[in-house]
Design a protein around this ligand. Sequence first.
Ligand SMILES: NC(=O)c1ccc[n+]([C@@H]2O[C@H](COP(=O)([O-])OP(=O)(O)OC[C@H]3O[C@@H](n4cnc5c(N)ncnc54)[C@H](OP(=O)(O)O)[C@@H]3O)[C@@H](O)[C@H]2O)c1
Length: 387
Amino acid sequence: MAASRAWTFSQRGSPSDILSLTSSRPIPTLPPPETSRSEEWILVKVAFAALNVGAIFQMALVPAFMRNKTCIPEMDLSGTVQDVWHPHVESTASSTTTATINTTTQTRFRKGDKIIAMIPASHALPTGSGALAEYVALPASFAVHKPPQTSFADAAGCLLTGMTAHQQVIEAGIKPGDRVLVNAASGGIGTMAVQMARQVVGPEGFVVGICSTRNIQLVESLGADLVIDYTQHTDNNNSLPAHLAESFHANPFNAIIDTLGHQSLYVNSPAYLVPSGTYSSVGIKPPDFSVPNFLRAVCQMKLNEWWPVSRWLGGVGRLWRGVSMMEPTLEDRERIAEMLGGGQIRVVRDSVWPFDDVKEAYAKLGGLHASGKILVRVDETVGDDEC
Ligand SMILES: NC(=O)c1ccc[n+]([C@@H]2O[C@H](COP(=O)([O-])OP(=O)(O)OC[C@H]3O[C@@H](n4cnc5c(N)ncnc54)[C@H](OP(=O)(O)O)[C@@H]3O)[C@@H](O)[C@H]2O)c1
């Protein structure tokens, strides 16, 4: 049986402690397991994968009984279709033969198609089949065609962050002419959120990004009118919320998009967010990747959602909306691929790492100071800008 390489983990912990690289994983084959034969599946030779903070949380927090014994981490990948299987199609389709089996059924993909996929945790954890592997078999509904002019590297970096940012923009309810604040504007989600917010508010609107000194120019280049360097507002006498209150009290924001989850920005938001404005957040950032702190953050999120918005009743006084991209639809994936292919958004690359150096790449991601996406070249024959 042909073997391939993959990163795997079988116990809970930090990526540096629990990940190991195997070169003896049998290349997956189609058809899929009996229990999963209700939809089209594809086998993909992975070109690039992208790392996500959520995968670090999964490795650190998800107990063994809630996942496959051995798991390959990660959700985002790009690559080329090697095989296709469909429940109503008798033979697999190739780019040279028509993918028709009976007269009514066609496969969405054919051998040789270049694709982007985002594998949700609900599939990756119980099957153990994530993105950090040379070959991945997955339901075709997790994948979309890669835009022809988009590199495999950028394609791998667009889906989870792009879909999360887009949902945040929707939840924030922003419209042309609005004033929008984006926190952590230089991260994977933040770089997407700034670009999307700019497009929605248009030239009459006003987009403010928050990031550290070294990312100011990047965030400006993505469309921010003003960038606030949070490193200048770290002491108690000149905290970031106090600075925002001073600068924007007279002309508050219509919406805040927090792509990191800073509770202090929310709690103080009445001083710089209009009363009808929404605070849209990816969650609440726990101080570390430990179970107790994660549970505390989840409780606080629920309180933010449920506690009365009325300040008379002890609430913050502004609507808080948590965004979840746990089960995105095919339409969600297609929308982001179209935006990328159409040039409405671009993927900012923090860095590209060799497959062998995944642990080092996770160490960088875990510091929460990536500028854009951390990408992993899974197929060493595919170049950085190869489409
Ligand atoms: N809800 C969901 O469905 C969902 C989906 C995906 C991700 N997430 C979560 O969203 C969060 C962000 O993900 P990501 O992929 O964008 O992370 P990322 O790429 O690692 O970006 C993190 C960013 O945070 C910035 N940052 C760090 N400290 C900051 C501070 N004190 N103030 C402002 N910015 C600060 C960093 O900028 P500097 O380097 O300039 O400091 C960096 O650019 C993660 O916690 C992730 O788990 C949630």
